[in-house]
Design a protein around this ligand. Structure first.
Ligand code: ADP
Ligand code: MG
Ligand code: MG
Length: 208
């Protein structure tokens, strides 16, 4: 069963992967943005780990809410409020659920994506984190509908997010800083789509 401790472990795994890929995310954002996505995400997730240590949450929803509020308050860039909103919406979707199964996870993922859409107004193809999140939600849904458990659903979401992030390479950005480059934004993977894929992969691996 996927309990509060599992959620905390997954979040710590997410923080670890962000630190490990900090330079890669900086490099991606240097090509089409302002070279701070790795720093922004690393600062945010280090703050999350510090909060998890100092005030351990008692429910999965409380853990995700902690992530949302911490990212919003510690990350200055566009990604802070966007990821923050995603985690806050995912937390609300969980409600009082103590153990996450496949369909609960789908609900949380979908709510998180809708939060990003509401806040950032990006649609699929705009070369943002939505291009990783949207296929992840679709794959999670299909997996859960076939009766899969939380770990399998997350693994399906992570695979789809990875592919989705890779597809951003050929796209022209229509939202965020990268859109200032116009056609010149093509030829580079979107940093936010990459960080979304990295986080989902870490969450999935932690749940195996
Ligand atoms: P900033 O652009 O403020 O420096 P970051 O570099 O941390 O912030 O984050 C950039 C990422 O945020 C982009 O790669 C993209 O995935 C995501 N992003 C930016 N604007 C939007 C938006 N309107 N909707 C969804 N995602 C967005
Ligand atoms: Mg940036
Ligand atoms: Mg910035």
């Amino acid at each position: 069963p996927c309990t509060t401790q599992d959620v905390i472990a997954a979040l710590c795994a997410g923080a670890k992967t962000i630190t490990e890929h900090r330079d890669e995310l900086v490099r991606l954002d240097r090509s089409i943005g302002d070279a701070d996505h790795g720093e922004n995400m690393d600062r945010g997730f280090r703050a999350v780990v510090a909060q998890l240590d100092s005030a351990p949450p008692e429910t999965p929803a409380a853990a995700l809410k902690l992530v949302g509020t911490t990212l919003i308050s510690s990350v200055g860039g566009a990604s802070g409020p966007l990821y923050g909103t995603a985690f806050l919406r995912a937390a609300s979707a969980l409600g009082e659920t103590a153990e996450l199964d496949g369909s609960v996870l789908v609900g949380a993922l979908q709510a998180g994506m809708e939060g990003v859409e509401a806040r950032g107004k990006a649609v699929t193809g705009d070369k943002t984190m939505i291009d990783a999140l949207s296929p992840a939600v679709e794959a999670a849904k299909a997996s859960a509908e076939s009766g899969a458990g939380a770990a399998t659903v997350l693994a399906a979401a992570a695979d789809a997010a990875h592919t989705g992030a890779e597809t951003t390479e050929s796209l022209v950005a229509r939202k965020g800083r990268a859109s200032y480059l116009g056609e010149r934004s093509a030829g580079h993977v979107d940093p936010g789509a990459r960080s979304t894929a990295l986080l989902l992969a870490a969450f999935a691996e932690a749940g195996e």
